[in-house]
Design a binder for this molecule. Structure first.
Ligand SMILES: Nc1ncnc2c1ncn2[C@@H]1O[C@H](COP(=O)(O)OP(=O)(O)O)[C@@H](O)[C@H]1O
Ligand SMILES: Cc1cn([C@H]2C[C@H](O)[C@@H](COP(=O)(O)O)O2)c(=O)[nH]c1=O
Ligand SMILES: [Zn+2]
Length: 199
């Protein structure tokens, strides 16, 4: 990562498919900011209650204390005047106003780190991510591993039968797939790999 200038704000976006390590990367950056004695606050959408109601939790069970909110504007009610870094996980679950909120924070001098899906289960851009990517200073695109063929994966395959755009879930409801193996509709799960090396 670059040498950042002091006293000005900016927006960092960590995007990619499910299981690509977005939350792990968010947690890594937040940890390093804390080592740097920065005052950090982390937010996540209330709808994301799959592992925990308040904590941000990665698929590998790394955890981070956060404040769950329903609307992005609520960040301003919770924001302390001395906060230097704001982290937002699952940013795709907020409405379009999250873009103005991130911009307002950055103009105030805050470093804003957002993590979220760039594509939905059909492979369509997941709004408001395209707008956020357009105004961000720094963009990191993460890739998972396709569970069908082992190639780098940029898509999230839905495994449960629903056409709603928002269906909260983790392993069992979605799996990582590359563009060749991805289907734009829900399908059966790929048989799991044995993980005996890690037992
Ligand atoms: N197909 C996969 N490819 C890569 N990592 C996977 C896969 N399935 C499960 N994982 C696990 O998911 C972790 C990433 O979790 P997380 O940071 O929560 O991802 P994201 O926020 O992008 O969904 C990896 O370190 C790994 O332990
Ligand atoms: C593809 C897709 C995903 N979701 C949901 C499923 C999970 O709850 C989150 C993504 O979490 P992760 O940290 O990136 O693993 O989003 C959805 O609602 N709609 C979709 O199309
Ligand atoms: Zn594949």
């Amino acid at each position: 990562m670059h040498q950042f200038p002091k006293d000005i704000g900016w927006i960092e976006v960590i995007c990619g498919s499910m299981f690509s390590g977005k939350t792990e990367e968010l947690i890594r950056r937040v940890k390093r900011a804390v080592y740097g004695k920065q005052r950090v606050q982390v937010f996540k959408p209330k709808v994301d209650d799959r592992y925990d109601e308040t904590q941000v939790v990665s698929h590998s069970q790394l955890k981070l204390t956060s404040t769950p909110i329903e609307r992005a504007e609520e960040i301003f009610y919770h924001l302390s005047s001395d906060t230097q870094v704001v982290g937002i996980d699952e940013v795709q679950f907020f409405g379009p106003e999250v873009v103005q909120v991130c911009e307002a924070l950055a103009y105030r001098g805050v470093r804003v780190i957002c993590a979220g899906l760039d594509q939905d289960y059909q492979g369509r851009p997941f709004e408001p991510m395209p707008q956020l990517l357009a105004v961000a200073e720094y963009v990191t695109k993460q890739l998972a591993i396709c569970v069908v063929c082992g190639n780098p994966a940029n898509r999230s395959q839905r495994l449960v039968s629903s056409e709603a755009r928002v269906v909260v879930g983790a392993a069992g409801a979605y799996e990582a797939r590359c563009r060749r193996c991805h289907l734009g509709e829900p399908t059966e799960a790929t048989p799991p790999q044995t993980m005996e090396l890690f037992d």
